[in-house]
Design a protein around this ligand. Structure first.
Ligand SMILES: [Mg+2]
Length: 369
């Protein structure tokens, strides 16, 4: 059996709520590149989590669509559909286009699992089959808007809310949230927006009982993060500082984080994420599963990874419909404040064919159609 067909699509999904963060805003829509890899009668799907514009990472959705269609898909047609083969064939592109490569690896993993009728949860050996639901709220125009957004999330059953902060939008909104929701698991994500001299400001947040303060300083400022950790009771997490396995090793060596935000797509996929998870768990470093506004395929992969035992605080585990409208993958189940890990064959159920056509804006097929 060999890969005889790779289909690459650019989808345009709606964004339900503006998603503001210190590094920029996401609003209106979320373009998304996806791939379908076929080997004879079996196929698998992969999702590339590159965002609409470059910045948070070097890749962007539309660019990734072209890289996938023009460069990467032709390299894997004719090869055996197993992850090791694909990883080797695409290794030269990993440095430039890690998330595009991860999308093809994900499709091949999905295909491998489907061929044997096995779920990703089984492959990962998961004992937990549900994870606590965690929502993220972007920067809000005022405190009342923030309170209204968080109120509706709490009413939906979310157990954790992570709030984006930056200098000028931190203590006041967080204090208002803490007063309104005294027992809610509250996290704050600064996206690297504070200067190392602003630790006094961040120390004032320590009284609010946050379970995580994420990425207070710029990614290179490991010394400042290590120093802040000594002065705070609140656990400090590394996200932008932890983009690659090498970055994560440097963060741990510098003592710059209590927790690392693991984004499987950014690290190269589920297998790479599991390897890093195992190392961090052995090193006694906590883990938080980080989202990239995924659709129903990528979000299911994230939720499965988040069920590994090293994930000790609630991650960005909301169903995909929290952010996206028009997602062709079937809705994800959430009940009693928990999100279920997919337990059917593959990483996720296949997308709905009609819904997929409705949101497809470009499509390319490599190999026989
Ligand atoms: Mg973050």
């Amino acid at each position: 059996v060999s890969i005889n067909r790779v289909e690459v699509r650019l989808l345009r999904l709606g964004l339900r709520e503006p998603f503001g963060a210190a590094h920029g805003d996401l609003a209106g829509e979320r373009p998304l590149a996806v791939v379908r890899v076929g080997a004879g009668p079996v196929e698998g799907w992969g999702e590339c989590e590159a965002l609409p514009v470059a910045g948070y990472t070097a890749e962007w959705a539309e660019g990734a669509f072209h890289v996938l269609a023009d460069e990467l898909a032709p390299r894997i047609t004719g090869l055996a559909p197993d992850q090791d083969t694909i990883r080797e064939a695409l290794a030269p592109a990993v440095g430039r286009a890690p998330m595009a490569v991860a999308a093809l690896e994900q499709a091949v993993l999905d295909l491998e699992l489907r061929r044997v009728g096995r779920s990703l949860a089984d492959r990962l050996g998961l004992e937990r089959r549900v994870v606590p639901a965690g929502a993220v709220v972007g920067l809000a125009p005022d405190v009342d808007t923030l309170l209204t957004r968080v109120r509706s999330l709490v009413d939906e059953g979310y157990r954790r809310v992570k709030v984006k902060i930056h200098p000028g939008w931190d203590e006041v909104p967080l204090r208002a949230l803490r007063q309104a929701f005294p027992t809610l698991e509250l996290q704050a994500d600064a996206n690297g927006s504070y200067q190392p001299g602003e630790t006094g400001l961040l120390e004032r947040l320590d009284a609010l009982g946050l379970t995580v303060l994420e990425q207070p300083f710029a990614p290179g400022d490991l010394t400042a993060a290590a120093r802040l950790r000594e002065r705070l009771a609140t656990p400090v997490a590394a996200d932008e500082s932890a983009a690659t396995a090498d970055d994560i090793a440097a963060v741990v060596a510098a003592g710059a984080a209590d927790l690392v935000v693991l984004k499987p797509a950014r690290l190269g996929g589920v297998e790479a994420a599991r390897a890093v998870h195992d190392r961090l768990r052995d090193a006694g470093v906590g883990l938080l599963a980080g989202g990239l506004v995924e659709a129903g395929l990528g979000r299911r992969a994230l939720v499965a990874v988040a069920a590994l035992p090293g994930f000790t605080v609630t991650g960005d585990c909301s169903p995909a419909h929290r952010w996206l409208a028009g997602d062709p993958w079937p809705p994800m189940a959430m009940g009693d404040g928990m999100v279920a890990v997919h337990d059917g064959p593959g990483i996720a159920p296949p997308p709905d064919a009609d819904a997929l056509e409705r949101v497809t804006v470009a499509r390319r097929v490599v190999g026989s159609s």
